[in-house]
Design a binder for this molecule. Structure first.
Ligand code: ADP
Ligand code: ADP
Ligand code: MG
Length: 437
């Protein structure tokens, strides 16, 4: 096993990874920006190195400085968390070139999956159903021609897109050119690649994703699905596992498709296959995220598997010591993302407790929310035997959680979990839009 790991991230996910390392007896190195020197991940790690200024481009995205920090401290592996360099194939390759293990899939797999157009083609070839759509489009005129055939509404999507960026809904021909150009421009600015393609806009649909682990021996095990349909501007807000809309038979079909996708890609480590599911229970591959996911804890609760520890073991060459038939998805887990709606200093923090209540955060009393990074302050996750009990537990945990000094979305989350459609488990990706958000 590794004796020292560098965590190339910040916030709650850096804290989560450091905790896993501690439990595994692995020493940790934190990297941080100047602005983050008082951050929790820095105080929890055994060592820390400042890699630059506040803006991510001047610190957390500085690949060479992060590699140097790992080499200087004698770390053998780098965990990228999510966001920042987690889906950066060049960084994975740079690690390899410097004799460091990148905790994630190989650089070739990251780059194949990071190109959503190439990923769609690979999935089609592997026999995994994909959303009806096109390959990369050359011009708005070409898009208009094909959209007439597919039928509106359609989505223009950036091949390099992620985190909800580079996606535009087009309701009719008059909106197409502008959507094409703005999606392309947005993707070019955010990801340096303006290539776009088109998909049929499916509605109503649910966003269902399958968590999997794949080892270097070719074993792929799925840890069931997550229901992630509660989104605002294509960003997830609340997730649950299992999905209330999925039968054991459908779960098996979707897990089989995800495993097929992973095998076709030669995938290793933890990954997520995202699908859209319509009311006729047809599912379509949307994309694969080649990294740890924000909402991984709900899968950990229902499967009993620690995903971060397995990421580390797999990266070290350890084979999975359980097979698909050993995975028993049981009970119900819910996660609420607690987001800041402005800046400020945490003047008071009270964290709920009790059995199966988990608050993954980097907040502490006196901490000042910084404007340079993600607005997510933490994730409140609960687990119970049944969905009804989990909802009641989330309700009481949200009521107990006190975060003063920074405007946040606690009230909104309380409203979501008492919405009749949510309670019935009968909701789609337009849930928030229907609520007027
Ligand atoms: P998840 O699918 O795990 O819920 P999110 O879409 O919420 O992931 O993204 C997690 C974090 O990673 C967010 O901070 C988001 O801004 C960032 N992110 C997601 N995709 C990318 C990407 N392709 N490039 C850079 N950052 C990304
Ligand atoms: P990202 O890489 O930004 O996560 P995705 O391709 O996963 O982009 O899409 C983000 C969200 O947009 C999905 O979770 C889903 O809600 C919605 N979406 C994406 N493609 C479609 C589609 N073809 N039809 C309907 N909704 C879609
Ligand atoms: Mg996605």
């Amino acid at each position: 096993m590794f004796s020292k790991i560098l965590i190339a991230n910040r916030g709650e996910i850096a804290v989560r990874i450091i905790r896993a390392c501690k439990e595994m007896g692995i020493a940790t190195v934190a990297v941080h920006s100047q602005a983050d020197k008082e951050s929790l991940h820095v105080s929890l790690a055994d060592e820390s190195i400042c890699v630059g200024k506040a803006l991510p481009g001047e610190s957390y995205l500085r690949q060479r400085d992060i590699i140097t920090a790992a080499l200087l401290t004698g770390a053998q592996a780098i965990h990228p968390g999510y966001g920042f360099l987690a889906e950066n194939a060049d960084f994975a390759q740079l690690c390899e070139q410097n004799g460091l293990v990148f905790i994630g899939p190989g650089a070739d797999v990251i780059s194949k999956m990071g190109d959503k157009d190439a990923a769609r083609r690979m999935m089609k070839d592997a026999g995994v159903p994909t959303v009806p759509g096109t390959e990369i489009l050359s011009s708005p005129a070409e898009a208009a021609q094909i959209a007439d055939k597919i039928g509106y509404p359609v989505l223009i999507k950036a091949r390099a897109g992620g985190g909800g960026k580079g996606i535009r809904l087009v309701n009719g021909p008059e909106e197409l050119e502008k959507a094409f150009l703005t999606a392309s421009e947005e993707a070019k600015n955010a990801f340096g690649d303006g290539g776009v393609y088109m998909e049929k806009y499916l509605s109503p649909v649910k966003h269902i994703e399958v968590q999997l682990l794949a080892d270097e021996g070719g074993n792929v095990v799925c840890l069931g699905e997550r229901e992630c349909s509660i989104q605002k501007r294509n960003q997830k807000l609340l997730e649950e596992a299992p999905s209330p809309a999925i039968s054991p038979a459908l779960r098996k079909q979707m897990c089989d498709a995800a495993a097929k996708a992973a095998k076709a890609a030669g995938y290793t480590n933890a990954g997520t296959v995202e699908f859209l599911l319509d009311d006729e229970k047809h599912f379509y591959f949307m994309e694969m995220n080649t990294r740890l996911q924000v909402e991984h804890p709900v899968s950990e609760y229902v499967s009993g598997v620690d995903i971060v520890k397995w990421q580390i073991r797999i990266a070290c060459g350890v084979l999975l010591n359980f097979a698909q038939q050993d995975v028993k998805v049981a009970g119900a887990a819910i996660e609420c993302r607690i987001n800041a709606k402005g800046g400020g200093k945490i003047s008071f923090l009270h964290v709920p407790g009790g059995p199966w209540v988990r608050f993954d955060t980097f907040l502490y009393q006196g901490y000042e929310m910084l404007p340079y990074y993600d607005s997510m302050m933490g994730k409140l996750i609960v687990y119970a035997k049944t969905r009804e009990e989990a909802i009641r537990k989330m309700n009481s945990a949200l009521c107990e959680l006190v975060v003063e000094g920074v405007p946040n979305n606690l009230d909104e989350q309380l409203e979501i979990i008492s919405d009749p459609a949510f309670l019935a488990g009968d909701y789609h990706t337009d849930f928030m839009a229907k609520r007027g958000e």
